[in-house]
Design a protein around this ligand. Structure first.
Ligand SMILES: [Zn+2]
Length: 309
């Protein structure tokens, strides 16, 4: 199984168009030791099989164009991308679906809550339903393994098991409460397993961390975990106000209860931080924070990183 990290940044990317934080300003000025990053996007496949995307980033069009493996392989129209799995309904996880609207059949896997939020509140996504057959939405139920298929029922050789992480509504939702959504699993983590038994877990947004998950994650070959913020007050300090990391649904990396501390006992899998915000000091390869993460055994995702499992 091959996992490609097509994009490794949190929403806004790095640099972010309207951000002049120390990281963004130094990157623009050519004095930053570290690379620009597009918004978080994974692509997964078994050798010889079509690709499955995990989420659909706002940068998806350019991410596809940058990778020859994702180019059409036959005329007149074709895509090696057969399915998209959504781990939530936030703008940064779904807006790329609109880049895939060119009458191309593919499958979308999400919880019923995510499908409801997208299809009932956002008529723009009807662009994916203009012909038959075009896009087919499939439900995934947390805790129940599902095998991923293409529109023509070709098996992709990937089994995914979702786990409920949170039930929060995305910021754009007109609903006043989660009770309005028929099923309440709006933020999920995903375990993806190959027929050969290789498996990885990914969660680009981790608002909580249950002790009971850690044992399962330690059985994986890789975990790709929310690396949005280094500290809880990172954005407040940078912007002079606003929300704390935990208030935005992201456990920070550092500090008491941070992921560095909580996941220290995970030793078997490769541990990779992705979905990294442009304000995060771990992006600076000369920073003490970057060094601390690396010395704790974590890898820091970058665009184009390939994880073979
Ligand atoms: Zn910035």
């Amino acid at each position: 199984m091959q996992v490609k990290i097509l994009g490794s940044a949190a929403g806004g990317g790095f640099p972010q168009w309207n951000c002049a934080c120390s990281n963004c300003a130094r990157l623009r000025g050519g004095t930053f030791r570290g690379s620009a990053r597009t918004q978080a996007q994974l692509a997964v496949r078994e050798p010889g099989k079509p690709w499955c995307l995990i989420n659909a980033s706002p940068d998806l069009r350019s991410q596809i164009l940058c990778d020859p493996d994702l180019a059409p392989q036959s005329a007149p129209r074709h895509s090696p991308i057969a399915a998209v799995v959504l781990t939530g309904a936030d703008v940064d996880q779904v807006i790329g679906l609109l880049h895939l609207r060119e009458f191309q059949p593919f499958q979308i896997y999400s919880t019923p809550a995510v499908e409801t939020l997208l299809r009932s509140e956002n008529s723009l996504f009807n662009a994916l339903q203009q012909t038959q057959p075009q896009v087919d939405w499939k439900s995934i139920e947390p805790g129940k393994p599902a095998s991923i298929q293409a529109s023509d029922a070709t098996e992709l050789g990937l089994t995914l098991t979702a786990s409920t992480i949170a039930t929060k509504l995305p910021g754009y939702s007109e609903r006043r409460s989660i009770a309005d959504v028929s099923s309440t699993d709006t933020v999920i983590g995903l375990q993806v397993e190959s027929p050969g038994g290789a498996k990885f877990f990914c969660a680009p947004a981790l608002p909580v961390l249950e002790q009971s998950w850690i044992g399962d994650w330690n059985q994986c070959d890789a975990i790709l975990i929310d690396g949005t913020f280094w500290s809880d007050d990172e954005l407040v300090r940078t912007r002079g106000g606003g929300k704390f990391a935990r208030g935005m649904g992201h456990i920070p990396i550092s500090g008491p209860g941070g992921t560095l501390e909580r996941l220290a006992k995970i030793t078997r899998p490769r541990k990779i931080y992705y979905h990294i915000n442009n304000t995060n000091p771990i992006l600076d390869e000369e920073s003490a924070e970057h060094r601390a993460v690396r010395e704790a055994g974590w890898e820091i995702a970058y665009d184009g990183m390939v994880v073979d499992l």
